[in-house]
Write a protein that binds this ligand. Structure first.
Ligand code: C5P
Length: 208
């Protein structure tokens, strides 16, 4: 079984993907991490993330970079969003994601284009979203906990800019795939969001 989960930053899709993988005993791939590694690599090599050649060169990042804590930062997220607009970067990461999706036993993948490009054949597809305000509050709470000082307004502006870039780019824009179930987590505690996600997967895998 392949479960494809797409949605914007801080929608809860990563936590939901991990929980679904544990629930069904499937492997999980956070595909955002691959784009974050490209963003980080371009920064480490002092390249320009908006230059397709520099971004493509960074797509052959060393595997060890995936363990780098810096991948989780907002700065790296913004760089990831910039390098991911280049079709050549997306093409360079495609085979790896598709091989993961098609491994024996199945998998859960989360990202922006899983149900539209990487695995349109997935048995279950979820589009997880939440209001910008709800997502900014979550991100802000996380950052407060890590001792980072940043205003909610700044986070909201950054999320809105990232959403706009991800939704309007020509290559694999973020959108709800045909047949994907919509899950709005704005007003849901995470346990309720996970329960709702499992129910939606069940409906798709074994329709009544
Ligand atoms: O999900 P995450 O915030 O880690 O993703 C970082 C950025 O990587 C996104 O804003 C998006 O631009 C890009 N991305 C993508 N396609 C994916 C996953 C992430 O374009 N499948």
């Amino acid at each position: 079984m392949i479960i494809a989960i797409d949605g914007p930053t801080a929608s809860g899709k990563g936590t939901i993907a991990k929980a679904l993988a544990a629930h069904y005993g499937l492997a999980h791939l956070d595909t955002g991490l691959l784009y974050r590694a490209v963003g980080r690599q371009v920064w480490l090599s002092r390249g320009n993330p908006d230059d397709p050649d520099a971004a493509l060169a960074a797509a052959s990042f060393p595997e060890s970079l995936l363990e780098d804590e810096a991948l989780r930062s907002e700065e790296t997220g913004a760089l990831a969003s910039r390098v991911s607009v280049h079709p050549a970067v997306r093409a360079a990461l495609l085979a790896r994601q598709q091989a993961f999706a098609r491994q024996p036993g199945g998998a859960v993948l989360d990202g922006r284009d899983i149900a539209t490009v990487i695995a349109p054949e997935a048995e279950a597809k979820l589009f997880v979203t939440a209001s910008v305000a709800a997502r900014a509050l979550r991100r802000w709470t996380e950052m407060q906990r890590r001792g980072e000082t940043v205003t909610r307004e700044a986070i909201e502006a950054d999320l809105a800019a990232r959403d706009e870039r991800d939704r309007t780019r020509a290559a694999a824009p973020l959108r709800q795939a045909e047949g994907a179930a919509l899950l709005d987590t704005s007003a849901l505690p995470i346990e309720a969001a996970i329960a709702a996600a499992i129910a939606l997967v069940e409906q798709q895998v074994a329709p009544q």
